[in-house]
Design a protein around this ligand. Structure first.
Ligand code: SF4
Ligand code: SF4
Length: 111
C-alpha cells in the first residue's frame, strides 16, 4: 500500500526532535512570514544541541512552533526539506512508531 499521510501531526511533535534549517530555508521562511531574516532567526530558531546549525523552536511539549491546533503546518508552502521529504525520502528506526501512515504502508508490504 502506498504511503498516505493521515495529517495527524505526530511527526511535528516528537519530544526532543529537531528541525534544522539552512540559509536558504531561513530566507524562504522569513520571506513567507514577512519577517527580516535576523528577526526570524532571533524569534523562531535556536542553536542545535550539537551547535552545528540552527533549528526551529519547539514548544515545551516538543511540538514545533509552526504546528497549528488543527495539525497543519503554518509554513507549509515553504517548510524545511526535512519536513517535506518525510517519510518518503528518509526515516529512522523509530519512524513507524511515530507515523501511522508509514506503519500502515509497511504492514501492507509485510502482510
Ligand atoms: S515546520 Fe511544519 S512540517 Fe515541519 S515540524 Fe514544523 S509544523 Fe511540522
Ligand atoms: S506522522 Fe505521518 S501520517 Fe502523521 S502527519 Fe506526519 S507524515 Fe503524516
Amino acid at each position: 500500500m502506498a504511503f498516505v499521510c493521515r495529517r495527524c501531526g505526530a511527526c511535528c511533535r516528537i519530544k526532543d526532535g529537531i528541525v534544522r534549517v539552512d540559509d536558504g530555508e531561513i530566507s524562504r521562511i522569513a520571506a513567507f512570514l514577512g519577517m527580516r531574516e535576523d528577526e526570524f532567526i532571533e524569534k523562531e530558531t535556536e542553536l542545535s544541541p550539537d551547535r552545528k546549525s540552527l533549528v526551529l523552536h519547539s514548544r515545551p511539549d516538543g511540538s514545533c512552533v509552526f504546528l497549528t491546533e488543527g495539525n497543519l503546518c503554518r509554513i507549509n508552502p515553504v517548510k524545511p526539506d526535512k519536513c517535506r521529504t518525510f517519510p518518503q525520502d528518509w526515516t529512522n528506526p523509530d519512524s513507524a512508531s511515530v507515523c501511522p501512515g508509514l506503519a500502515a504502508s509497511r504492514d501492507a508490504v509485510t502482510g
